[in-house]
Design a protein around this ligand. Structure first.
Ligand SMILES: C[S@@+](CC[C@H](N)C(=O)[O-])C[C@H]1O[C@@H](n2cnc3c(N)ncnc32)[C@H](O)[C@@H]1O
Length: 263
């Protein structure tokens, strides 16, 4: 199968089979006139994600950061190959490290999820609230820490995309995700992993890699899966692993889906 892959230094990769591209772009409804919307969008420029609007405007028309994510829904689409979003429609979804809110807002609009996005950066909370309000999405966004955000047994789905390797204590965050899920709920986790060919137990402390002080741990794939099991997750499933030449040696991106037992 042919894969569309684009890597972003700080942010996520794009990794969607070309055959499953129906949700590549996020187009939000707005009643604002183009000029009025553009004036508001300029407040948060430069943009790092592409949002299109049904009045013809797009964040592509604003100043952009490099890298600029043209297809912000690729991870959600990949997770959808393993999480039955349609069956869970109307439920509760937590989006850890929600950034500009693209995954939360999409889940609310497409699957009628009532979503909670949380992020450590107040600027992202502000922009995500603006976009959700514009689109009439049932999405709340809260400032918080991925390691400690606590809403026990509240969510049918936890999305944990592109954030785990930015945490000094990734296992604490996985445990908290487990606690935040309802029994039977799904975790969809996308992160960077380090797999040494000789020793599967080696994990990589990558603090300050690429001069980025928000980089912390690339766990190995077996250590990540084992810890999910030790926390209590079942049906731990590797959905996709993507090797990218731009990543450091033995580093890849991975999507894993796991469940909290029903009892
Ligand atoms: C690479 S972005 C991923 C955004 C989005 N989840 C995605 O995959 O498209 C990582 C996000 O995690 C957030 N983040 C980093 N550390 C965090 C923490 N300790 N608690 C909550 N969010 C955090 C960042 O602000 C950023 O929005």
């Amino acid at each position: 199968m042919a894969w569309a892959v684009r890597f972003y230094r700080k942010g996520p990769c794009q990794l969607l089979p070309n055959a499953e591209m129906e949700d590549r772009f996020l187009t939000l409804h707005t009643t604002l006139a183009p000029e009025a919307l553009m004036e508001k969008l300029q407040r948060w420029a430069p943009w790092s994600h592409r949002f299109d609007f049904d009045n013809g405007m797009s964040t592509r028309d604003c100043a952009q950061l490099t890298p600029f994510n043209e297809r912000p829904l690729d991870k959600f689409a990949l997770a959808a190959s393993a999480v039955p979003f349609a069956e869970l429609a109307g439920g509760r979804l937590l989006d850890v490290g929600s950034n500009a809110g693209h995954n939360s807002i999409h889940a609310a609009v497409k699957y009628r999820f009532s979503t909670t996005g949380m992020d450590i950066d107040p600027r992202y909370i502000e922009v995500a609230r603006f976009l959700a309000g514009l689109a009439g999405a049932s999405s709340e966004f809260e400032l918080g820490s991925a390691e400690t955000f606590s809403r026990p047994r509240e969510f049918d789905v936890v999305l944990h995309f592109g954030t785990l390797y930015h945490l000094p204590n990734p296992l604490l965050s996985l445990r908290q995700s487990f606690e935040n899920l309802k029994p039977g709920g799904y975790l969809a986790l996308e992160t960077q992993v380090y797999d040494h060919p000789q020793d599967p137990n080696i994990c990589y402390f990558m603090h300050m890699q690429n001069n980025d002080r928000t980089n912390f741990w690339a766990l190995s794939t077996p250590v990540l899966k084992k810890n999910l099991e030790l926390i209590g997750f079942i049906d731990v499933r590797e959905v996709k692993k993507i090797a990218m030449s731009i990543l450091a040696e033995h580093m890849t991106r991975i999507m894993v889906v796991a469940r909290k037992p029903v009892r």
